[in-house]
Design a protein around this ligand. Structure first.
Ligand code: NAD
Length: 491
């Protein structure tokens, strides 16, 4: 491989300090598609130094919101023009079907525009306080924001963090997943093209334990925003204690999708498929537990299996593909191991369960869409995040039982309810301990609305105005309107 893709630190494309590289693999055929430089902790420190200087000394702290907005709007326009290239690259790097990559690019463009617009909208509050004082609160940039993202939505997760952080006036040190860095590298080329000042946006490539850890632990990083697994989130929290960083964490899930007997049957079946098999099940909010009311249990499973068997698994670039490969050989083996665990635990496998070894797909990491029924709450396949195309189905008796089963999880990211009884839908949603919920739908995400979890699914929110506020400090300003001595102490 001639070209080694570089990092972007302090306005320069650079190789890592120790000269190491990493090969990037196409999960559809196991072939090397690119070689990238492998960053070190020292590279992170250089990036942080640049970001700190850009914020405090070079004037980024004083940039006008309208200037930041302009840059983000320009990034959005260029990304939109290069949609085909970005979508194809995402599919080659991540494996997801092209239509999903196209969706991600559209969503990324919309997210950039949402936050570009928000930058110039009113922020802050005034308070009616005693003492002839005008009190107000303003929102200010935090400073240097470190960001670490996973491989399941490489471009979209990058934008969910970079857009609000830049809109709010921070400088950034960003790390994509070491498995899927390619669209992030192209995105930083756009940042360079639109003319961000040196040091404002920095890209460091490399592994979690080295580059990610340094971002989380570095004394000059003021905030770390992380999306990834719950175990990694716990380690990031610990590293962030170094300088009491602000943190936001978007972590894992094992989300319930509850279907009552009175739901629109075909709609519920269709969404149940989408909830678990979209993006090969590698979605933090995946409806990986399907809870079915006992009176429709058999009929629903029969129809679901019939539909699942028709899902077209193939290479992401093939336009007819509906489900692609999972991200890596290692992850494929982890998923296959969970399938074995499910069988040993006594769950009944009614669909899928195997790696796909056809001539066309045998070199890639393809797994059949898989369904287990007759599961019990204590099973590992019901409690643990598999992060693959594996559905665990649970049966419930009534509303109270459904709520109890739904909440029986260490996670609290998302959940869906299907019923034509709106009062029942509201009662169930009210009791669901989860941050993102749907009634008679599953999965749609909106840039306008906050995204994040209860319990061990995270801390803080992304998207919407709450997501913007995660990248701001709150400053109270009290203006004395009656300028005279306080006379607390006698003369
Ligand atoms: P991961 O936790 O293994 O890795 C995520 C990122 O953290 C990567 O960039 C990795 O290099 C880095 N990292 C790993 N160890 C680190 C350490 N010790 N210190 C600092 N950084 C470290 O997760 P993954 O396998 O890439 O992604 C899958 C997970 O992400 C799933 O659990 C999924 O639920 C979660 N996820 C959550 C959301 C959400 O919005 N809640 C969205 C997408 C994915």
């Amino acid at each position: 491989m001639d070209t080694i893709f570089k990092m972007y630190i302090d306005g320069q494309w650079t190789l890592s300090i120790n000269g190491e590289t990493r090969n990037i693999i196409n999960p559809a055929d196991g072939k090397i598609i690119a070689t990238v430089t492998e960053g070190t902790a020292e590279d992170v420190r250089e990036a942080v130094k640049a970001a700190k200087r850009a914020f405090y000394e070079d004037g980024w702290m004083e940039t006008l919101a309208v200037e930041r907005a302009k840059l983000l709007f320009e990034v959005a326009d260029i990304l939109e023009k290069r949609k085909k290239e970005f979508s194809e690259l995402e599919t080659i790097d991540n494996g997801k079907p092209l239509r999903e990559s196209e969706f991600d690019v559209n969503d990324a463009v919309a997210c950039l525009r949402y936050y570009a617009g928000l930058a110039t909208k009113p922020h802050g509050m005034t308070y009616d306080v005693p003492d002839n004082t005008q009190a107000m609160v303003v929102r200010e940039a935090i400073g240097v924001c470190g960001m670490i993202v996973p491989w399941n939505y490489p471009l979209l997760m990058s934008i969910w963090k970079l857009a609000p952080a830049i809109a709010a006036g921070n400088t950034v040190v960003f790390k994509p997943s070491e498995i899927t860095p390619l669209t992030a590298i192209k995105l930083f080329e756009i940042f360079e093209e639109v003319g961000f000042p040196k040091g404002v946006v920095n890209l460091v490539l490399g592994s979690g334990p080295v580059v990610g850890h340094e971002i989380a632990a570095n004394m000059d990083v003021d905030k770390v925003a992380f999306t990834g697994g719950t175990a990694t989130g716990r380690s990031i929290m610990q590293s962030a204690t170094s300088n009491i960083k602000k943190i936001s964490l978007e972590l894992g899930g094992k989300s319930p999708n509850i279907v009552f007997a009175d739901a629109d049957f075909e709609t519920a079946v269709d969404y149940a498929l989408f909830a678990i098999f979209c993006n090969q099940g590698q979605v933090c909010s995946a409806g990986s537990r399907l809870l079915l009311e006992q009176s429709i249990y058999d009929k629903f499973i029969e129809r679901l299996v019939e539909r699942t068997k028709k899902i077209k698994v193939g290479k992401g670039l093939d336009p007819s593909t509906e489900m692609g490969p999972v991200i890596s050989e290692q992850h494929m083996n982890k998923i296959l191991n969970y399938i074995e665990i499910g069988k040993k635990e006594g769950a009944k496998l009614v669909c899928g369960g195997n790696r796909i070894f056809t001539e066309e797909l045998k070199d890639g990491y393809f797994i059949e869409p898989t369904i287990f029924i007759d599961t019990t709450p204590d099973m590992r396949i019901v409690q643990e995040e598999i992060f693959g195309p594996v559905l665990a189905i649970q049966k419930f008796k009534d509303e109270a039982d459904a709520i109890h089963l739904a909440n029986d999880s260490i996670y609290g990211l998302a959940g869906g309810v299907f019923t034509n009884n709106s009062a029942k839908a509201h009662r169930v949603i009210k009791k669901l301990r989860a941050g993102i919920t749907w009634i008679n739908a599953y999965h749609p995400t909106y840039n306008e609305a906050p995204w994040g979890g209860y319990k061990q699914s995270g801390i803080g929110r992304e998207l919407g105005t709450l997501g913007y506020e995660e990248y701001t400090e709150v400053k109270q300003i009290n203006i004395n309107l009656d300028i005279k001595p306080v006379e607390w102490f006698s003369e």
